[in-house]
Design a protein around this ligand. Structure first.
Ligand code: AMP
Length: 285
């Protein structure tokens, strides 16, 4: 595995592969790898000739009071995991090499970025879209793999790619979980023992909602009430950031379950903000 730190060197390497007609897959990450990241690497490995993994804690997607400085890092372990997953190039840009001091160009999909995570993180997706577009330009991949844990991110990137005619296929990859159902996240290390014990209630509440829908409950208010009651009983230290019922592709809020429906939540638990989602009925993202 080659480790590249210089953006132009990465671009040259990937341009050469493209000219050779090789199929390349990009996996963008912020590192501190867990089995969720590994599943994206494995998906990329099985779908392409060359796998490019990027590890960059992108400052522009963090708000002023967020955990940019504290974000967990362990490059040595991450490098070993990337090697074991058969990654061809690990891009580990040096701080400062990704944004010029007078960087002034942004990519935004405001309509899809205003709800859900956008409510408490108003500049987050502008940072995500901009860095993902930069990574696409640096690597010119045939496909790029993103996890469905960040469902809104996948929906936004798919829309960006469609709207700007970006020739990259977006492959969504399923959520990888702990044995008790908690979605894996680099930020799970922030949880205390007691918070960790409560955290599986996030997924169990979503499964409860899905069961209610399968039994015929279509009223959003009834589903939301059931989820909140489950949290009150099992997640006493959790604080709701959002609980939303949206169309899986457009992310438009639903007034009733009468077609494709996604339930997406974010819960603050101690220092962590935990995301999860479930398709209540069919959707495509
Ligand atoms: P991050 O390093 O947290 O920015 O995540 C990098 C990629 O890994 C994103 O596409 C995430 O959606 C994906 N990812 C993170 N956690 C999981 C998980 N538990 N299951 C599947 N994909 C994940």
């Amino acid at each position: 595995m080659q480790i590249i730190t210089d953006p132009s060197e990465l671009q040259n390497c990937c341009l050469t592969w493209r000219m050779q007609g090789l199929k390349t897959a990009l996996v963008p990450t912020m590192g501190y790898f867990h089995a969720g990241h590994e599943s994206l690497m494995a998906c990329a490995r099985s779908a392409a000739d060359k796998v490019i993994l990027t590890l960059f804690v992108n400052p522009t997607q963090f708000g002023p009071n967020e955990d940019l400085a504290a974000y967990p890092r362990d490059h040595e372990r991450d490098i070993a995991i990337a090697k074991a997953q058969g990654v061809d190039v690990l891009f580990l840009p040096e701080a400062g090499s990704m944004y010029a001091p007078d960087h002034a160009t942004w990519v935004e999909v405001p309509e899809l970025a205003q709800g859900l995570c956008g409510l408490s993180r108003p500049t987050h997706f502008r940072g995500v879209c901009t860095v993902v577009m930069k990574l696409f330009m640096l690597t010119l991949p045939s496909l790029a793999v993103f996890g469905q844990k960040d469902w809104q991110q996948v929906a936004i990137i798919k829309r960006m790619v469609r709207d700007l005619n970006v020739p990259v296929q977006i492959l969504p990859s399923p959520i990888v979980r702990e044995h008790d159902g908690l979605a894996l996240s680099s930020r799970n290390v922030y949880l205390t023992e007691s918070e960790r014990a409560q955290a599986p209630a996030i997924q169990s509440s979503l499964r409860l909602a899905k069961k209610l829908v399968s039994e015929g409950t279509m009223e959003i208010s009834v589903l939301a009430e059931a989820i909140r009651a489950h949290w009150a009983a099992n997640l006493p230290d959790g604080e709701e950031d959002y609980l939303s019922f949206v169309h899986p592709d457009t992310l438009a809020p639903l007034s009733r379950i009468d077609g494709p429906a996604l339930c997406a939540v974010a819960v603050r638990l101690g220092k962590a903000r935990l995301l999860d989602n479930i398709l209540l009925t069919e959707g495509t993202a």
